[in-house]
Design a binder for this molecule. Structure first.
Ligand code: ARG
Length: 353
């Protein structure tokens, strides 16, 4: 458990910020209550509104995230009381259903019990993201996503077995109250995936690519006012480059550029073949996600939104912090304004750690 002095000061900073930014009166009473709770129990409990606002602030303070303009729209699912494995699984499914409406993706966070919980069980999720594809190494060839080879082996050591396709959904590996690792499978029918085709090149669909709609980060803890929530999976929507440039384009991921270049009959002795193939790949991913009504943002719009966010924050008298190397798009970065902007990478709380 945290030392009471540091918990008190983190709690006070957050509660004060919450009351000031939401322009509510009553800070003194609430602070007195929290101080007493910390005195008696060594911890304190957030109200639903504090939890909700704390999650939003954690997003607003996420230095690596380019999508922060929408921080106020984050939808909180309060699952602090969940104590059994089956309710845990239900909550994850509810998260997916909440995040994915028919016409767009909604930013959502599910918050499970804090680390010093006396109510719900303490869950911890080992997956980087809730949804991920397995990777298998076979005779120096890789099937699936090479990034997840080690994690896939780990899942197999726990007794999980995949089909061996390029797109096997990995299970969710988690622990409960620091117990042994367990795994669960999100039912396949709860996970929508987008098949990737291109509006002009019919052969593109034959590459057999698909990707899921929801990036749900699940390995980070959430720190709100000194209270640590070890399981707080959250999602936004994809930025095109994450899927096209990185997941499909990176040589140590699905490495699709050579196949696409071949179909396009590109001159591989030219220094531009990768960029040409990448443009077609980006068009395909964007076109397919749009067609499936899965929210996706291109890099130009994403950065425009981020610059708007910076403007809004400055207007509110706050300095935006950010990790420049993560905020610039991996492709054509200098065509976006953030490339030419200086930004401090200072860590503010609440935040995800
Ligand atoms: N880049 C990661 C992936 O491809 C997801 C990270 C979170 N992305 C987001 N748009 N919220 O799965």
């Amino acid at each position: 458990m945290k030392n009471r002095d540091s918990l008190r000061s983190e709690a006070k900073a957050f509660i004060l910020q919450y009351y000031q930014e939401t322009e509510q009166s009553g800070f003194e009473d609430r602070w007195a209550e929290i101080k007493q709770q910390i005195q008696e129990t060594g911890s304190y409990t957030h109200t639903l509104d504090e939890l909700d606002y704390g999650g939003k602030l954690a997003w607003r303070n996420s230095n690596r995230c380019v999508g922060r303009l929408f921080w106020k729209t984050l939808k909180t699912l309060d699952k602090r009381c969940v104590s059994t494995a089956s309710d845990f699984k239900e909550a994850l499914i509810q998260h997916i259903q909440t995040a994915e409406t028919r016409t767009k993706i909604r930013s959502t966070i599910t918050i499970f019990a804090p680390s010093d919980s006396s109510q719900g069980s303490r869950f911890r999720i080992k997956n980087y993201t809730l949804l991920m594809y397995a990777g298998y190494e076979k005779d120096s060839q890789v099937i699936g996503d090479p990034k997840n080879i080690a994690f896939t082996k780990h899942c197999e050591s726990l007794g999980w077995k995949g089909e061996g396709s390029h797109f096997d959904l990995l299970p969710v590996v988690y622990s409960m109250n620091n117990g042994p690792e367990q795994w669960l499978e999100i039912p396949r029918n709860q996970v929508s995936e987008v098949y990737i085709g291109h509006s002009k090149y019919p052969w593109f669909a034959d590459l057999g690519l698909k990707w899921y709609k929801l990036p749900i980060i699940s390995f980070m803890s959430l720190n709100i006012g000194g209270i640590i929530y070890p399981a707080a999976p959250f999602n936004g929507w994809y930025m095109l480059d994450e899927i096209a440039t990185r997941n499909f384009g990176d040589e140590n991921r699905y490495n699709m550029l050579p196949d696409i270049a071949k179909q396009l009959d590109l001159d591989l002795t030219s220094p531009f073949w990768k960029e040409k193939a990448l443009t077609v790949l980006s068009e395909a991913v964007y076109y397919s996600f749009e067609k499936a009504h899965a929210t996706i943002v291109d890099r130009q719009s994403a950065v425009e939104q981020f610059m708007k966010f910076m403007g809004q924050e400055n207007q509110a008298g706050r300095q935006v912090t950010g990790d420049w190397s993560w905020l610039i798009p991996p492709n054509a970065s200098s065509t976006t304004a953030i490339f030419h902007t200086e930004i401090s990478n200072e860590l503010k709380f609440p935040n995800f750690i």
